[in-house]
Design a protein. Structure first.
Length: 69
C-alpha cells in the first residue's frame, strides 16, 4: 500500500465517521420527535448527545494519532 492510498483510506474513515454520527444524531432527533413516552424522549436525547460527542472527539483523536512527525 502506497502512502497516498493510506492517506486516502484515512480520509475516507474520517468522513465516514462524521457521516455515520450525523445520521445517528438525526435518528435521535426523529426518535425524540415521534416519541410519546418520556423514556423514549430521553433515549433520543442520549443518542443525540452521544452522536455529537463522537462527531467532535473521534475524528480529532484519529487525526492526532495519524499525524506525521
Amino acid at each position: 500500500m502506497t502512502p497516498d492510498d493510506t492517506v486516502r483510506l484515512r480520509w475516507f474513515a474520517l468522513v465516514a465517521i462524521r457521516i455515520v454520527t450525523a445520521f445517528g444524531a438525526v435518528f435521535g432527533l426523529v426518535l425524540m420527535a415521534r416519541a410519546t413516552a418520556t423514556p423514549m424522549r430521553v433515549l433520543g436525547a442520549a443518542i443525540i448527545l452521544s452522536a455529537l460527542y463522537v462527531m467532535a472527539v473521534v475524528p480529532r483523536s484519529l487525526a492526532h494519532r495519524w499525524r506525521s512527525r
